[in-house]
Ligand binder design. Sequence first.
Ligand code: KG4
Ligand code: ZN
Length: 527
Amino acid sequence: MNVGVAHSEVNPNTRVMNSRGMWLTYALGVGLLHIVLLSIPFFSVPVAWTLTNIIHNLGMYVFLHAVKGTPFETPDQGKARLLTHWEQLDYGVQFTSSRKFFTISPIILHIYRFNMLTLNKTLGVLCRLPKWQLRGFFRSFTFHTGKQFLHKLVLGIETSCDDTAAAVVDETGKILGEAIHSQTEVHLKTGGIIPSVAQQLHRENIEQIVKETLSASGVTPNELSAIATTVKPGLALSLGVGLEYSSQLVNQYKKPFIPIHHMEAHALTIRITNKVDFPFLVLLVSGGHCLLAIVQGISDFLLLGKSLDIAPGDMLDKVARRLSLIKHPAYSTMSGGKAIEHLAKQGNRLHFNFQHPLHSCRNCDFSFSGLQSTVDKIIAQKEKDEGIEKGQILSCAADIAAAVQHTVASHIAKRTHRAILFCQQRGFLTPSNAILVVSGGVASNLYIRRTLEIVTKATNCILLCPPLNLCTDNGIMIAWNGIERLRAGLGILHNTEGVRYEPKCPLGIDISKQVGEAAIKIPSLKL
Ligand code: KG4
Ligand code: ZN
């Protein structure tokens, strides 16, 4: 290609496009191409960089080796007329500062690309850009002691009850690694959670669980953006272990600390797997809690109702224990609630009829202790009738399990029905996008989920439940809560000084009085 012109004639190209315009156009073109490549689904960041680099190199090759003359720079082509640009560089002509920069830019891109690929391989950090989140990509670009991570990383630590759990989660909700040590089997043997035993088991396991989590994640403590730990509510002795261990890590690695409310974490878990915007209604049912709340923001909750006594999981655990299900090989290692769910499949719920708790109270509060003592009495009576000792399994155990499960499910569903109607009446939920999120250990019960589905269908709501492993206590939900708070800049501390665990801690602003005053009558549904 020879684009030179005769001596002393003005190069026509200069009139069309001056040299700066040419370079700017080229740079913008490459930049645009790079953005387009980044936004293509299935292309990871390194792939996009590599392609941009190759295309840029080809462009440079053509420009340096195929184009002769100096089309955009000088009217006098002189001896450069028959030389390629590469040859002109050899002669020391045309060595402008912009030319120098663009000549070395492929080298810079190579170094950058190599760096990214090495990071990916060695640290296992997949620098995958969610296609539709370019802005998030640029915002989350953080540097750590010379290494680059595309997303913020939070280590979550959970020890509020009987699970020692940890996880590392990134800003996109990607779980880089997790580990959990469950104490269920030990507590089943001792007939319930003994706080000092739980504390001892947390102490024995926490270091190993955090180490396993970090090594599974391929992340060192230095590379974390923050450490998030459950500090409320829960068993005092258990919470203490998590806080103490986290304090050590925070002080040793000088990381920000994010104290987490266990129920807030349960409520926000759904946002890892589903795109759920605020506000939404949440029902949290576990071994320690039972509540209905409107989630207006990350730490902005309106409490509609809660259990006046024990939680449904606790009640199911007690019934399972009273039925001696631990002696049944099929259920001996399951939590009480799970054992009841499995046993109930073989039973007929119509053989027993338990009264529904708080039947005449038109609010969203719950109660389970009355039901529990009724069931206790029935079991004692049946043991007498069947002439068996306390501790042996009744022939009607499956029927009792089915009836108890149905009563719990109906009670929860009715209170939730009223909460949905209240929210719809007061405009707390948008009619076009009314979402009910159900989480907590008891939410893993499929019979209870199906009963709730009847309610959501009748009220034009969408029912969302996290996957089973995220319903029960885990470290992922704590790490994710940390990410949510980190992104929003909420409750991030520079150290753990002055942080205390709180065994009891309400969630949000209590508006249950207003709910009671509204006294909404719920239409009857066949549950
Ligand atoms: O959320 P979680 O792991 O811990 C607390 O924060 O309490 O919930 C544990 C509770 C236990 O009481 C257990 O019996 C109950 O959840 N649970 C179930 C099921 N799986 C666990 N309850 C009913 N059906 C299940 N499938
Ligand atoms: Zn929980």
